[in-house]
Ligand binder design. Structure first.
Ligand code: PMP
Length: 443
C-alpha cells in the first residue's frame, strides 16, 4: 500500500535496541504490519511539526496529517484530559458535546450539507466512515456497484477494501466495482483533465451496467493521495460528479486526507471543485490523534438507510472523542490554519519549483495548501517514473532528520504532507534536505 514499507528481514545493520524492538515486533504482531524505513525510526515524543526518537534526535515531520494541528497540541490534550475526568459514555445517552460539535461541523459545509439539510454520524476510523457511506449509497440508489480510482485506498473493511486497489494484488477488488485511472494531468497529458476523467467514469458506468450491475456511486478522495497526490486545477471534478448524478449514482467525497483545512483554498477538498457531495466521510485529522471519524450526508440520502437500519458505534461520537474534535475545529479557526496552509503551502511549492531547476530527476511538483507531491522521473522527456530513486531519497531525508513517504502507482511521488504547524522556517529545512539528498545520490 505504501512503497516505503519494509518487513524486518530488510533491516540489516541496525543498532542493538532497534534490532531487538524490530524482532520483538515481528514475533508478536500480525504479519500484515509494515515498517517505514530500512532503519526503522523509534519515536518517543512529538511537539508541533517535530518528532524525537529514543536517542533524542529531532525530526521534521513532513508526513503525518493525523496530528494535523501539530503533535500533542495542548488544546486537544487539555480538552481530552478534562472530558476524560468528567465522563465518557456513548451516544445512547443525551450529551451536549456531540450536538454542539455537529452544529459547528455542519456550519463548515456548503449550504446543501449544512444545518437543517444534512445530518452527521460518528465512528472511530476512516474505514468505518467509508463502509457506512457505501451502505448508505446502496440503500438510497438501490444499486450495488462503485467506481474508485486505480490506486485508491478507502479502508480495511470487506466493503471498503473491495474499492481499495492500493492494497495490492492480494486484495481482490469487488466484482461489482470498476476502477478508473486517476485524473493525472502530468501523466495523461490531457488538456482538460476534468473532461478526460468524466469520460472514464462514464465508460465505467456503462461497462458496469452492461454486465448487469446497477451503479451506486463514485467514491473519491478529491486530492487522490494514494494515486500520487493529484490536486489538479480546482474545479475539474465537477464534470465527473455530474456524470455520476445523471446516471443515478451518488458521489462520496472521502475527506479523510484533504479535509480540515489541509488544502488551504477551502476547508474541504471537494469544495475546491465547487461540487456538493451526497455523502462526505471524515477521519484522520478530525481528532488530532484521537480516533474519531464521521459521515455527513443530506437528510434524504441518509434516510434511505437510517429509516431501516439502526447504527450504533460503541466508541463513535463519545464525549471524549467529541471534545478532541471540537478542540480541532476551534484551533483551526483560532490559529488561522487554513490561511496558514495556503500561504506556507504556496511558499513550499515555489521553493520546490526552484529546486526542480537544479535536479533533472524532478519531473513535476504540484500541491494544494500543505499537501504537495514531488514526482521523480528517470527522464523528463519520457517521464519514466523512478520509484527506486524515491525510496533512496526517503532514506537520505531520514538521515538528514526529515520524515516523509511516497505515493502513486509507481511509488515515485514524494508525499509532502506535514502537520499544519509546519512553518515558513521549515520550508528551507525541507528544501535544503531534499537538495542535499538528491545531490548525494548524484541526481
Ligand atoms: N480513506 C483515505 C483516503 C485514507 O487515506 C485512509 C487511511 N489511509 C482511509 C480512508 C482509512 O482510514 P482509517 O485508516 O482511519 O480506517
Amino acid at each position: 500500500m505504501d512503497g516505503n514499507s519494509f518487513r524486518a528481514e530488510h533491516a540489516d545493520g541496525l543498532d542493538a535496541t532497534t534490532r531487538a524492538l524490530t524482532e520483538r515486533r515481528d514475533a508478536v504482531l500480525g504479519g500484515s504490519y509494515r515498517l517505514f524505513y530500512r532503519r526503522p525510526v523509534h519515536l518517543v515524543h512529538g511537539r508541533g511539526q517535530y518528532l524525537w526518537d529514543a536517542d533524542g534526535r529531532r525530526y521534521l515531520d513532513v508526513y503525518n496529517n493525523v496530528a494535523s494541528l501539530g503533535h500533542c497540541h495542548p488544546a486537544v490534550v487539555e480538552a481530552v484530559h478534562r472530558q476524560m475526568q468528567e465522563l465518557n459514555t456513548h451516544t445512547r445517552y443525551l450529551h451536549r458535546r456531540i450536538l454542539d460539535y455537529t452544529d459547528d461541523l455542519l456550519a463548515t459545509m456548503p449550504p446543501e450539507l449544512g444545518p437543517g439539510r444534512a445530518r452527521a454520524m460518528y465512528m472511530c476510523t476512516g474505514s468505518e466512515a467509508n463502509d457506512l457511506a457505501l451502505r448508505v449509497a446502496r440503500a438510497v440508489t438501490g444499486g450495488e456497484g462503485f467506481i474508485a480510482t486505480t490506486e485508491a485506498y478507502h479502508g480495511t473493511s470487506e466493503l471498503t477494501s473491495g474499492v481499495s486497489p492500493a492494497l495490492g494484488s492480494g486484495q481482490p477488488i469487488a466484482p461489482t466495482a470498476r476502477l478508473v485511472p486517476a485524473p493525472d494531468a502530468y501523466r495523461t497529458g490531457a488538456a482538460d483533465v476534468g473532461a478526460w476523467f468524466a469520460d472514464r467514469v462514464r465508460a465505467a458506468i456503462a461497462d458496469m451496467e452492461s454486465s448487469g450491475t446497477r451503479f451506486a456511486g463514485l467514491v473519491a478522495d478529491s486530492i487522490f493521495s494514494s494515486d500520487g497526490v493529484l490536486p489538479g486545477p480546482a474545479g475539474y471534478l465537477a464534470e465527473a460528479v455530474d456524470v455520476v448524478h445523471r446516471a443515478g449514482g451518488v458521489f462520496i467525497a472521502d475527506e479523510v486526507q484533504p479535509g480540515f483545512a489541509r488544502t488551504g483554498e477551502e476547508f474541504w477538498g471537494f469544495a475546491r471543485h465547487g461540487v456538493v457531495p451526497d455523502v462526505v466521510t471524515l477521519g484522520k485529522p478530525m481528532g488530532n490523534g484521537v480516533p474519531v471519524s464521521g459521515l455527513v450526508a443530506r437528510e434524504e440520502v441518509l434516510a434511505a438507510f437510517s429509516d431501516r437500519v439502526p447504527y450504533f458505534n460503541t466508541f463513535g461520537g463519545n464525549p471524549v472523542s467529541m471534545a478532541a474534535a471540537q478542540a480541532v475545529l476551534t484551533t483551526i479557526r483560532a490559529e488561522g490554519l487554513q490561511e496558514h496552509s495556503l500561504v506556507v503551502g504556496s511558499l513550499l511549492l515555489a521553493e520546490l519549483r526552484v529546486l526542480a531547476q537544479r535536479h533533472e530527476c524532478v519531473g513535476d511538483v504540484r500541491g494544494a495548501g500543505l499537501f504537495t507531491g514531488l514526482e521523480l522521473v528517470r527522464d523528463r522527456g519520457t517521464r519514466e517514473p523512478d520509484g527506486p530513486l524515491a525510496l533512496e531519497v526517503l532514506e537520505e531525508l531520514r538521515e538528514r532528520g526529515v520524515l516523509t513517504s511516497v505515493a502513486g502507482p509507481h511509488g515515485n511521488v514524494l508525499k509532502l504532507r506535514p502537520p499544519l504547524a509546519f512553518a515558513r522556517e521549515d520550508v528551507g529545512t525541507l528544501v535544503t534536505a531534499l537538495d542535499d539528498s538528491l545531490t548525494a545520490l548524484g541526481r
